[in-house]
Design a protein around this ligand. Structure first.
Ligand SMILES: NC(=O)c1ccc[n+]([C@@H]2O[C@H](COP(=O)([O-])OP(=O)(O)OC[C@H]3O[C@@H](n4cnc5c(N)ncnc54)[C@H](O)[C@@H]3O)[C@@H](O)[C@H]2O)c1
Length: 257
């Protein structure tokens, strides 16, 4: 087991990629704090229609310990409570995965300023706040890790101005946090997923999905598990000398553009 007895928080882990990461961490022996605005998973229009059980149930089926802490990560007080609760319950914190994110479609004329603020608050500001509060605890760990879930949209336009800005900023925030944390052996890395089959894709038309399919060289879309295994690698001892970088996990999407 690669993460035996490590204590991890995965934000936005009731559904989708966060759930995939939480389950793979549990498979590797970690204790996982599942945190989200809701405990039940989202069922998507195209993907994850059959995902029903709360993530903690899946973690327990694997023989690991899970704890659900309801948190809206755009609320600083709730984030503080999440981190204190984790340390109190499990006795420390080794891994923070900043995964929770939202996407609101629309170009500069369609996206309201309120929607811009919502996306930036969840996809960028909350990541800073969670890292800020978690870092003093992570520095005490021998295996401290921060893993941020950015996107291939960090490297190009097309997903709307707020999402594109937030994800590019997360990639650069990752480098900055890595520099300040290196002396404490705390590594900070990002994962940039391509199209992963989750409910976040519900805003797309079947034609748009097919277009992305054509642009993805490997013969299938990504699954939450693909990002889960990448996160296990970055959290494991095998990645102890990797920091400040972004791992693109996209079935070759960026290689083709
Ligand atoms: N699916 C993809 O193709 C893809 C690609 C690149 C990046 N991403 C990124 O991966 C991350 C996860 O996306 P997903 O596809 O799993 O989406 P998803 O919608 O399936 O899951 C997101 C989860 O985050 C939770 N969440 C939303 N707002 C929250 C908040 N304020 N506080 C706490 N939890 C909140 C939701 O309830 C949900 O359970 C996001 O950051 C997303 O931008 C996804």
């Amino acid at each position: 087991m690669l993460l035996k007895n490590r204590i991890a928080i995965v934000t936005g882990s009731s559904s989708g990629i966060g759930r995939g990461i939480a389950i793979e961490f549990a498979r590797e022996g970690a204790h996982v704090v599942v945190t989200d605005i809701q405990e039940n998973p989202n069922q998507g229009k195209y993907h994850e229609q059959d995902t029903i059980t709360p993530t903690v149930n899946e973690i327990e089926k694997l023989g690991a310990q899970g704890l659900f802490v309801k948190t809206d990560i755009s609320d600083d007080t709730q984030v503080d409570h999440l981190i204190q609760k984790t340390v109190e319950h499990f006795g420390g914190l080794d891994i923070l995965v900043n995964n929770a994110g939202i996407h609101i479609p629309g170009n500069s004329q369609e996206l309201s300023i309120d929607d811009w603020d919502k996306v930036i608050n969840v996809d960028l500001r909350a990541i800073f706040v969670a890292a800020k509060i978690a870092i003093p605890h992570l520095k005490k760990s021998t295996f401290g890790r921060i893993i941020q879930i950015a996107s291939v949209n960090a490297y190009g336009g097309g997903a709307g101005p707020a999402y594109a800005s937030a994800k590019a900023a997360v990639v650069n925030m990752t480098r900055d946090l890595a520099l300040e944390s290196a002396q404490d052996n705390l590594t900070v890395n990002a994962i940039c997923p391509g199209y992963i089959e989750t409910a976040i894709q519900d805003y797309l038309t079947p034609e748009q999905i097919e277009e992305t399919r054509q642009k993805t060289p490997l013969p299938r879309f990504g699954l939450p598990r693909d990002i889960g295994r990448s996160a296990v690698f970055l959290a494991s001892d095998d990645a102890e000398w990797i920091t400040g970088t972004s791992l693109v996990v996209d079935g070759g999407y960026l290689a083709s553009v």
